[in-house]
Structures are given as C-alpha cells and as structure tokens.
Design a protein around this ligand. Structure first.
Ligand SMILES: C[S@@+](CC[C@H](N)C(=O)[O-])C[C@H]1O[C@@H](n2cnc3c(N)ncnc32)[C@H](O)[C@@H]1O
Length: 228
C-alpha cells in the first residue's frame, strides 16, 4: 500500500483542482504511437494505471477497445465520466477495498482504489498499456512492487508505452520523479524487450513546477522478451 502521506497529497491536489498534469486533448505521443501499440488489432484491452481523468481513455472506448483504469481519488474518476458525458454505474469491490465505476456495456472500467491492490483478477490481462504519470508518480520504495504488478497483468504480445522524466533531482524530488534511462533498464530490462523511442526536452513545459534544466522526457516501448 502507498503511504497515507501520499494519499493525502493526491486527495488535496484533486480537492484544490491542482491537476496541472491533466491535458484536455489526446496526448500527442500516445496518438503518435497508437498504431504501433495496436499492432493491427481492432479490439484490445488497454490499461491506464493511475489514470486520473485522462481523455485518451474515451478515445479508445469510442474506437471499440476495452479500457481499464485505476485511480485512487474518487473525484478524478467522477470528473472523468461527467466531463466525457458518459453514464456510469458504481459497485463496491471488496478485494480492492474500493469501488468499480463502469459504463453500462462494461467496456470502460475505472477501479477506484490504491493501485497496489489491483491485480489480474480484477479485469483480466492487458494487451496495451499507457503508463504516463504513473511510474514517475509512485514513491521510490514502491517501484519494484509496481513493476512486478504490471508484469503480472500483461497479456501475451503486449505493447506497453511508457513515459519517464530525467533530471537532476538535487533540488526537486516531487512528482514527476526522475526515472533515468539506466533505472528503466534495471526495472524492466531483465523481463522485457525495451526500445527507447525518443526523448523530448520538457524543460519549458515543466518550468512552472520545477526550476531545473534540462528536464528530459523519454518514451519507451516495452514488449514481450524475444518478440520483435
Ligand atoms: C500525475 S497524475 C497522472 C494522471 C494520468 N495518468 C494522466 O496522464 O493524466 C497521477 C495520478 O495517480 C493517482 N494516484 C496516486 N497514487 C495512486 C495510487 N497509489 N493508486 C492509484 N492512483 C494513484 C493520482 O490521484 C493522480 O490522479
């Protein structure tokens, strides 16, 4: 379980509408790599760990895919459905000590709980993952547990797109946390194929939150080991 401090901070951020990470449009890099992720498939189950109210979930739902998200803060989940104009039903799920919010057709599900309580019994295996603001948001001490959990819910042939940040964290150690390329290799390299797709300079964009330069954002494609 993540620490109570961390839950309090996220609750507070949502309460104050301090959700600067949220973007109103599709994420340009998820959009850019959507065809790679789908790999010719028309219907996948796509996973959004620590999803917030990410609008890309609606895009995949509208395009015939099954969408699964996990978000701790209920306000974020409710805002997602309301802002996207989607009706939902809520049911308690004992196993996660939380609630499941879902569309009537059950093609879009958001589990409202601590990510570390989620497992493959909740929604089955994931064909595609969009990991943005998740690995970089969790506390350092939870990273190994996070990766173990992610690996346990991946379907054969999965395609996993990961965004990480890299900067000198001497003066700033908040979220997004720095996860340098060497650490990505340590966390995933033994278990998966890891392809570094590209790096963008995020210094300008992040300058409101951290007065550090450079801040680099890396994008990674993670696939099953020994598959190309
Ligand atoms: C940086 S935001 C990213 C949101 C989303 N991935 C996006 O790209 O817009 C991190 C999100 O994770 C949620 N969160 C933090 N800790 C969590 C946990 N232990 N389990 C589930 N969600 C968590 C926060 O409430 C917040 O909405």
């Amino acid at each position: 379980m993540a620490s109570q401090d961390s839950f309090n901070q996220w609750n507070f951020a949502w309460e104050k509408n301090n959700t600067k990470w949220h973007i109103q449009e599709r994420h340009p890099y998820l959009e850019k790599y959507t065809d790679v992720l789908l790999n010719g498939r028309k219907e996948v189950q796509i996973f959004f760990p620590m999803c917030g109210k990410c609008v890309d979930m609606k895009w995949f739902y509208d395009n015939g895919h099954r969408v699964v998200g996990v978000e701790y803060v209920e306000k974020g989940v409710v805002e997602f459905f309301q802002e996207q104009g989607l009706e939902y039903v809520v049911e308690p799920v004992e196993q996660i000590c939380g609630n499941l919010y879902k569309t009537a057709d059950e093609h879009l599900k958001i589990f409202c709980c601590d990510f570390l309580k989620f497992d493959k019994d909740c929604a089955g295996l994931m064909d595609v993952v969009w990991d943005r603001g998740a690995l970089v948001a969790i506390e350092k001490g939870d990273r190994k547990k996070y990766v173990k959990l992610m690996l346990s819910i991946l379907a054969p042939g999965y395609q996993y797109l990961l965004s990480t940040f890299c900067y000198d964290d001497w003066f700033f150690s908040g979220c997004p946390r720095t996860v340098p390329p060497a650490l990505v290799h340590i966390l995933f390299g033994n278990h998966c194929n890891l392809q570094h797709l590209e790096t963008r300079d995020a210094s300008e964009r992040m300058s409101e939150r951290m007065d550090i330069r450079p801040v680099l954002e890396d994008f990674w494609l993670i696939t099953e080991k020994n598959l190309k």
